[in-house]
Each structure stands twice: as structure tokens, then as C-alpha cells.
Design a binder for this molecule. Structure first.
Ligand code: OGA
Ligand code: MN
Length: 289
């Protein structure tokens, strides 16, 4: 069997056609999907119509799922689904309303970061002309690694950095989001983590740059100025246009991405009454290499 895979005109990503995720794919189809996922890092399945149980079942084919540390935004009946939404219930946010204002990789601040995420769009905001808003950008950090000079590759080969959820929230608060305070239970479950800033993909063997704007607090074991300059330089490098795919959402899109060789950014160019509502599952990873 051949899976119908159309690569995007970008450094990463592909659309998989002719697969209806409301029926569990047979083993052969699933193996082809997994291969395409490892190869392209971002996979899009359009025009899907799946409920929570079907979303979870497809996600679990890839392995164990995470229950997100920001537990105030979990689906009330299915805690392995994180609600990504700007919708309010009275004065309560029903979901994480600012999932990705800064470039980031999901759960990079955990000791064992996530393998991947599967985001299913139920409501997508649009302007008066019907143009979708709230795009998501994905950058290939493996293409970015490959494009580094040999001297930069050897300079960063053994460096490590500290990652922290608190770093992201401090940035949100500094940008005026008073609602972004973390509770003690969040700090307890997600203390800062240290990872190498060059990761090797456990399946493809490809190397990628592993730092991001939102969650990398600092590169370790370098003088402070040098560490800050290097972090900024690497973050800017990773998100150059030539490494980026920009996703324009449609309701019914299931977009899944590999959290090892990518980072992503949400564009917040909409506001209520323009509603955005998505469900995310998160794949548990393995300790970074
Ligand atoms: C996420 C995320 C971005 C978006 O769900 O991990 O970063 O555009 N989402 O919703
Ligand atoms: Mn994210």
C-alpha cells in the first residue's frame, strides 16, 4: 500500500490524504503514517471529523500520552486532552488561551520532553472576508542545525541549557498577562530541566538545535553575556523564513508535529468574539540524547 503524502513547499511538513481518522488505520497504514511523521516532522490530515475518544485512540497508537502540567486547561472528561482556546466560560478560560505566543517546543521544560503533539481544530477564527486567523508557524530545527557552520556545530556540541515553564510565564507577565501566574503545584511538577542544546533524534538519527525563545532560560557554563548572545543567535537562526512552514487552519484539521526537530509559534491576531477552539494530545517522549 502507498500512503498519499504531499510534501509542503517548505523545509518540513506534509499533508496525508485519503485517511479518515475516525476509523483506526490498519497496521500497515499506521506504519506508513509513522514513517511519514518521522521523515517530515509535521503531518496534516484535513477534513477530519473525530471525537475525543477517536482523537485519543489515534494518538495512543504512537505510545503513552501526557497529562499536561497546566491542569486548569484539561478536558474535564479526558485529562489527556489539553484544550487550546480563547473561549471563556464566565470569567474562566476554558483552555490555554496563549499556547504559543513565543517560539517553543511542547514540554521542553520537563526532564523528559514530549515526543510530539496532535492538535485538532474544531473552531478556527476568521476575519470578515473569511480569511483564517490564528496561524501556527513551525520551524525545522534539524534543517537549521544542518545549515550551521562547522565551527558553530563544534562550539555548541556539548553545551547544555536550562529550560523552565517559569521562564515562559515570567515573559507572559512582563508582556502584560496578569493571568499567567503559576501555582505552587505547577512549579512542583515542572521544576527547571537541563538538556543538551544539540539533540539527536532517537529514530532518524538527525541532529537538531534544541533551544527556544519561550522556555530556554539560559545556556550553562558560559560567561553570562556570551550565553545570552549565543542563545539569541541560535533562536534567531532556527526561525529564519527558510526553515519555516506557516499553517493556515481549517476546522477539521488534525496537525501533528514532532517535538524533537521542530519548534512552533502561534499568531495571536484574533480576539473574542472570534472563537478559537482546539483539542491537543501530547505524546510522552524518551530522555533526550
Ligand atoms: C500547542 C500550541 C499553537 C496554536 O498546542 O502546543 O503551541 O497555534 N499551539 O494553537
Ligand atoms: Mn505548543
Amino acid at each position: 500500500m502507498t500512503l498519499n503524502v504531499r510534501t509542503f513547499d517548505a523545509a518540513l511538513g506534509a499533508e496525508v490524504r485519503d485517511v479518515d481518522l475516525s476509523n483506526p488505520p490498519d497496521d500497515e497504514t499506521f506504519a506508513a503514517i509513522e514513517e511519514a511523521y518521522n521523515e517530515h516532522s509535521v503531518l496534516l490530515f484535513r477534513e477530519q471529523s473525530i471525537d475525543e475518544v477517536q482523537h485519543l485512540a489515534f494518538s495512543r497508537r504512537f505510545g503513552d500520552l501526557e497529562v499536561h502540567v497546566l491542569d486548569q486547561y484539561l478536558h474535564p472528561e479526558h485529562p489527556e486532552i489539553l484544550i487550546v482556546s480563547n473561549v471563556m466560560d464566565g470569567d474562566r478560560h476554558v483552555g490555554i488561551y496563549d499556547a504559543g505566543r513565543y517560539w517553543h517546543t511542547d514540554l521542553s521544560y520537563m526532564a523528559v520532553p514530549s515526543r510530539g503533539s496532535l492538535l485538532y481544530a474544531i473552531e478556527v477564527p476568521h476575519d470578515e472576508d473569511g480569511k483564517p486567523l490564528g496561524d501556527t508557524l513551525f520551524a525545522s530545527t534539524s534543517a537549521a542545525y544542518d545549515a550551521l557552520s562547522d565551527s558553530m556545530k563544534s562550539r555548541i556540541a556539548d553545551l547544555k541549557a536550562e529550560f523552565s515553564l517559569a521562564n515562559r510565564h515570567a515573559k507572559l507577565i512582563a508582556d502584560g498577562d496578569a493571568n499567567a501566574e503559576l501555582e505552587d503545584r505547577h512549579h512542583d511538577r515542572a521544576p527547571p530541566a537541563v538538556h543538551k542544546i544539540v539533540r539527536t533524534h532517537p529514530i532518524t538519527g538527525r541532529k537538531s538545535i534544541y533551544v527556544n525563545e519561550g522556555q530556554t532560560a539560559r545556556i550553562l557554563d558560559l560567561p553570562e553575556d556570551e550565553a545570552r548572545d549565543l542563545l539569541e543567535k541560535l533562536c534567531t537562526h532556527c526561525t529564519k523564513p527558510e526553515f519555516v512552514y506557516r499553517h493556515k487552519w481549517r476546522p477539521g484539521d488534525l496537525l501533528m508535529w514532532d517535538n524533537i526537530p521542530t519548534q512552533h509559534l502561534a499568531i495571536c491576531d484574533y480576539a473574542l468574539p472570534q472563537r478559537r477552539y482546539l483539542h491537543r494530545t501530547t505524546l510522552r517522549g524518551t530522555p533526550p540524547q
